[in-house]
Write a protein that binds this ligand. Sequence first.
Ligand code: NI
Length: 159
Amino acid sequence: MAILNIITEENEILRKTSKPVDGVTPRIETLLDDMADTLIKAGGVGLAAVQVGILRRIFIIDIGVEDGKNEIIEFINPEIIKKSGKQEEVEGCLSVPNKYAITRRPAKVTVRAENRKGEKFEYTGEGLFARCLCHEYDHLDGILYTDNAIEMLDPEDVE
Ligand code: NI
């Protein structure tokens, strides 16, 4: 278990495309454990492997965050298989500190992925978690939420 360094936007690794995971090795398991520690410490909702410098198609989200507890879901080789509705809400990113923006995202998103045992599962997120699934998925393709933001906000107006 370790807290990893979160890479910020000036580092061009964030612009690279992550590669699929070909089997969960002990190294990947350690990465997943460390990513969870790092996300919880940072107080974020989601974290992609590229944000800690590993170009693999992995992200995690904490679906317990709104209830003040931590419930991490691990997504390996995720694919977005369904989107519906739309929302325009405030978004931020641990790799883009002290910035927020309004983005346009689907209201509901279903992702199919593998867990660390290699089993396929589907997860549907709404509201905050729909935004988060899209945001983390974009990280795997080198996209930052600021690329498509419809309005950047003054950080003092958010919180
Ligand atoms: Ni992010």
